[in-house]
Design a protein around this ligand. Structure first.
Ligand code: FES
Ligand code: FES
Length: 161
């Protein structure tokens, strides 16, 4: 096992000193060292998108990202998009709930982070652009239509906060 060392990571706007080994992937560090278990690990090999987080404005797969490589960059997880002060859900989270786009919920944090990042960077995406942004996120339950509708409705209602 490689030796862990203390690394300062910026997660959801907060600097955290975490124990990280050179070969640790980000999803494990988020879940086990930072106790941010909202980010899910599905396949662990880049196929399902459950582990999606945002690093410096880009949606990335945290199961394929070395934690060390994310040090010094801005990491946003599902825990970071609700209102910091009130705890109120982000508009995209509400839209998923309102449209029945959540069933077992395992894919949901990844779906939401991909959707959130899309709407941040492109407030009025076409259906095709939404499909493309979510193409790396797999869902076994919903059949995708309700998810697409949730994203589209969120955009139409003023986008993400
Ligand atoms: S857990 Fe990362 S893509 Fe499946
Ligand atoms: S809601 Fe179950 S995998 Fe998507």
């Amino acid at each position: 096992m490689m030796k862990k060392q203390l690394v300062t990571m910026n997660i959801n706007g907060e600097n955290m000193d975490l124990r990280v080994a050179p070969n640790d992937v980000l999803v494990e560090v988020l879940r086990k060292e930072a106790n941010l278990t909202g980010t899910k690990k599905g396949c662990g090999q880049g196929d399902c998108g459950a582990c999606t987080v945002i690093i410096d404005n880009k949606a990335v797969l945290s199961c394929l990202t070395l934690a060390m490589s994310a040090a010094g960059r801005e990491i946003t997880t599902i825990e970071g998009i609700a209102d910091h002060k009130t705890g109120e859900m982000n508009a995209i989270q509400k839209s998923f709930l309102n449209h029945g786009a959540v069933q077992c919920g395992y894919c949901t944090p990844g779906m939401i982070m991909s959707s959130y990042n899309l709407l941040k960077n492109k407030p009025n995406p076409t259906r095709q652009e939404i499909r493309r942004a979510l193409s790396g996120n797999l869902c076994r339950c919903t059949g995708y239509i309700l998810i697409l509708e949730a994203v589209q409705a969120c955009a139409a209602e003023g986008g993400v906060n």
